[in-house]
Write a protein that binds this ligand. Structure first.
Ligand SMILES: Cc1cc2nc3c(=O)[nH]c(=O)nc-3n(C[C@H](O)[C@H](O)[C@H](O)COP(=O)(O)OP(=O)(O)OC[C@H]3O[C@@H](n4cnc5c(N)ncnc54)[C@H](O)[C@@H]3O)c2cc1C
Length: 303
């Protein structure tokens, strides 16, 4: 198969991101296998194209001018999930999911099978690959608590790596360094009490619904939690909850000050970046704390 056959041209990024920004990517492909990813990387190398791996687009602000390179989207075409008992200990189960599988599907499947420990994953709108890359987490747990093995591609090679908590940090991981593409996560989860697991899933979902603006485009928490502080609280203390610079749609959520939202989906990346900078400057002026972005930038200038 010619890899060119799966490459599309000028694909709009806006519908592929939860923030709803982004112009066209000049090259775009959604591979179905690790071999296709390797072929795509070769194509990019041969044609001198920058590459960007996109998961569910729930933590990226894609530039209004688009991306002049190749987007490798890991989504539906690589979204398989498998469950089995741990051969070494029948009190545990092993779940293996491809990178394009939604993290919520992963969490819900674990709950369905009666495995505890992945309840936090049910409400995070990312892919498994993006969650490994970011070490996504919520309510005191994250991917590092459950991951035992990660498959990834580096330098054109498929590698399987046993992982421990040391391979992850706060909203980052070993896989966020260099140019590693996560293709599969294996997690080990304890068998638990199903009604308790279901109750926790519901409790966390209710908490999220009550505190987060889930019906408005966003990337979730815009900033990392600074050591010893909460970003949302600092922003609120600076009087910026519900704040906007203009009528573009870029706004600090009136529901959760830690979320920059794209109200109505009308703001572009430039509007959102301008608001982010304003928040960073004002919070720094008021508290001396420099907020660092948790969101990632796709295309355009990185500041
Ligand atoms: C409403 C809302 C609530 C959220 N709540 C939470 C939360 O509670 N906790 C939390 O941690 N996050 C949260 N997020 C942020 C986001 O869902 C997570 O960061 C998630 O892990 C991103 O996954 P993704 O597949 O969408 O990644 P993308 O946004 O597509 O990409 C994010 C980064 O990961 C890289 N990447 C993606 N896939 C791969 C891969 N397979 N291999 C290598 N690199 C890859 C991309 O290049 C990019 O740099 C929330 C977002 C929204 C919109």
């Amino acid at each position: 198969m010619q890899i060119e056959n799966i490459i599309q041209r000028d694909v709009l990024l806006k519908p592929l991101t939860t923030m709803k920004t982004g112009g066209p990517a000049s090259y775009f492909a959604e591979p179905s296998s690790e071999e296709e990813i390797i072929e795509l990387l070769k194509f990019a190398g041969d044609n001198n194209l920058e590459t960007f791996v996109l998961g569910n687009g729930s933590n990226v602000i894609a530039d209004d001018d688009g991306f002049d390179g190749l987007i490798i989207k890991l989504g539906n075409n690589m979204s398989g999930i498998e469950v089995k008992d741990d051969p070494g200990d029948s009190g545990y189960g092993i779940i293996t999911a491809q990178a394009g599988c939604l993290l919520s599907k992963f969490g819900n499947r674990a709950a369905l099978e009666g495995f505890e420990g992945a309840e936090f994953a049910c409400g995070i709108p990312g892919s498994v690959g993006g969650a490994v890359f970011m070490n996504a987490g919520a309510y005191g747990r994250d991917i590092s608590d459950i991951a035992v093995e990660v498959r990834y591609i580096e330098d054109g090679q498929i590698k399987d790596m046993k992982v421990t908590k040391d391979d992850f940090g706060y909203r980052t991981s070993f896989f966020a360094q260099g140019s590693r593409i996560v293709t599969r996560l294996t997690a080990r989860l304890k068998k638990g009490n199903k009604p308790k697991i279901d109750a926790l899933v519901k409790e966390l979902r209710d908490k999220r619904n009550a505190s987060q603006p889930l019906t408005v485009p966003s990337c979730g928490s815009t900033f990392k939690r600074p050591e010893g502080y909460f970003a949302g609280k600092l922003i609120q203390d600076s009087g910026l909850k519900g704040f906007s610079l203009d009528d573009s749609g870029a706004e600090v959520s009136p529901k959760h000050a830690g979320f920059v939202v794209n109200n109505g989906g009308t703001a572009g990346s430039k509007d959102i970046k301008r608001l982010i900078k304003h928040i960073q400057d004002k919070v720094y002026e008021d508290s001396g704390v420099r907020l660092e972005c948790e969101v990632r930038f796709l295309g355009g200038r990185k500041d």
